[in-house]
Ligand binder design. Structure first.
Ligand SMILES: Cc1ncc(COP(=O)(O)O)c(C=O)c1O
Length: 399
């Protein structure tokens, strides 16, 4: 593929549409694409091989780990490469159970990578001895998606067994940001471990993990202009999570499997670029978000979901429910035909669109807008004010 096309793709996504679905995935940076291509050509050795080609690949993996740990302010030995957010989330829950955790507290607003794994853990209780069964509790949340900290404390107080709390950092559907340190210090004061799914925030925000009250964090490179299929799990020193995947002893025996060297390097590079431009990117994205909210507010009867209009929410995301009785699928299709790519806050089940678990957790089963479409707009620095105007106009045309 010619270099010019790579640059065009990376900086503007696919130029024939307006891409406002950056919480689903982002366009990889040109530099990331080029770096990965180069590594695939030149550094294809297996990092486990002892010859020079293998050693060269190993150097790339360890350089990336060091660079990422410097950005996150932790030690390289606390960073484990995985295939992405889903694997990191699954791993931490399942390995915690293997480590003796018998009580897990989470929330109905978590990503499916957490809620589906918790359902599977609960289902497996049926075939376990009573002493090995795992109790799963969901903390109460209010109609804005805030975690009820009193309820969390109440659940922690009830816990006499080894406990893990899994509560995310940035919500992928409604944009709420949860206070990792407040949740973590409450968990730690009750002797519980704390995991946070930071898939929507890591790579965008500053982390100072050495001074943060968190034991495990999940992240995924494709959410911050890195490649797909690569992510990480941060495990604080001393947490001693057992091996996730057994085999050739890669990742210090924790996560076996030949390392994806180009993707690992691509992830590290994307993080470096983000860190360098973090402040200016934030200003730009916040200004786009303000314009989007202001224009959407002109629509009578529109509902903004969660805390997405507040200053302390994710800068990239706005979730709204539109005041029309229309299928979410049809709404997305109409926007797509107008050249606007967004996501629905609903899932298609057996041919019918149902509000997502997160939207239901906020408004309950009797939500008066349950048959109205929920749309998630998610931006990145490559979007423009004109794109925002066109997207809102497309929504107004549908109404
Ligand atoms: C909050 C959150 N957790 C986990 C995931 C899964 O990450 P991945 O796509 O890397 O498996 C996502 C992806 O949408 C997410 O938004």
């Amino acid at each position: 593929m010619p270099l010019q096309r790579i640059q065009q793709m990376s900086q503007h996504g696919h130029t024939h549409h307006i891409y406002l679905d950056n919480s689903a995935t982002t366009a990889p940076y040109t530099e990331v694409i080029l770096c990965m291509g180069e590594l695939m050509c030149d550094t294809y050795g297996n990092p486990s091989s002892s010859h020079s080609a293998g050693r060269a690949a190993k150097v790339k993996v360890e350089e990336s780990r060091r660079s990422i740990s410097e950005i996150l302010r932790c030690t390289p030995s606390e960073v484990f490469f995985t295939s992405g957010g889903t694997e990191s989330d699954n791993t931490v829950l399942r390995s915690a159970v293997e480590m003796g955790v018998r009580h897990i507290i989470s929330s109905p607003t978590e990503h499916h990578a957490i809620t589906a794994t918790l359902k599977a853990i609960e289902a497996s209780n049926a075939v376990k001895l009573p002493q090995n069964r795992v109790r799963v509790d969901y903390v109460k949340i209010n109609q804005y998606g805030d975690v009820d900290m009193d309820d969390l404390e109440h659940l922690l107080c009830q816990s006499s067994e080894k406990t893990l709390v899994s509560l995310m950092h940035g919500n992928n559907e409604i944009g709420n940001i949860y206070d990792i340190n407040a949740i973590g210090s409450l968990c730690h004061s009750h002797g519980a471990l704390y995991h946070s799914d930071a898939v929507q925030t890591m790579g965008h925000f500053s982390f100072d993990l050495k001074n943060m009250d968190v034991d495990f964090l999940s992240a995924s490179a494709h959410k911050f202009h890195g490649p797909k299929g690569i992510g990480l799990l941060y495990c604080k020193a001393g947490t001693n999570l057992p091996s996730f995947i057994l085999g050739g002893m890669q990742e210090r025996g924790m996560r076996s499997g030949t390392e994806n060297v180009p993707a690992i390097s691509g992830m590290a590079l994307a993080m470096q670029i983000n860190q360098k431009h973090q402040d200016e990117d934030l200003v730009k994205i916040l200004s786009l978000k303000k314009s989007l909210i202001d224009s959407l507010r002109e629509i009578k009867g529109i509902r903004f979901n969660g805390r997405c209009t507040q200053e302390d929410s994710m800068p990239t995301l706005v979730s709204v429910t539109l005041p029309i009785k229309k299928d979410s699928g049809m709404t997305l299709l109409a926007l797509d035909m107008a050249g606007v790519c967004v996501s629905a806050g609903s899932a298609c089940m057996a041919g019918a669109w149902q509000p997502s678990g997160v939207i239901t957790a906020l408004y309950g089963e009797n939500d008066p807008m349950s048959d109205c479409p929920t749309i998630r707009f998610s931006m990145c620095k490559y979007n423009t004010e004109e794109e925002i105007d066109t997207a809102v106009q497309a929504v107004k045309n549908i109404l």
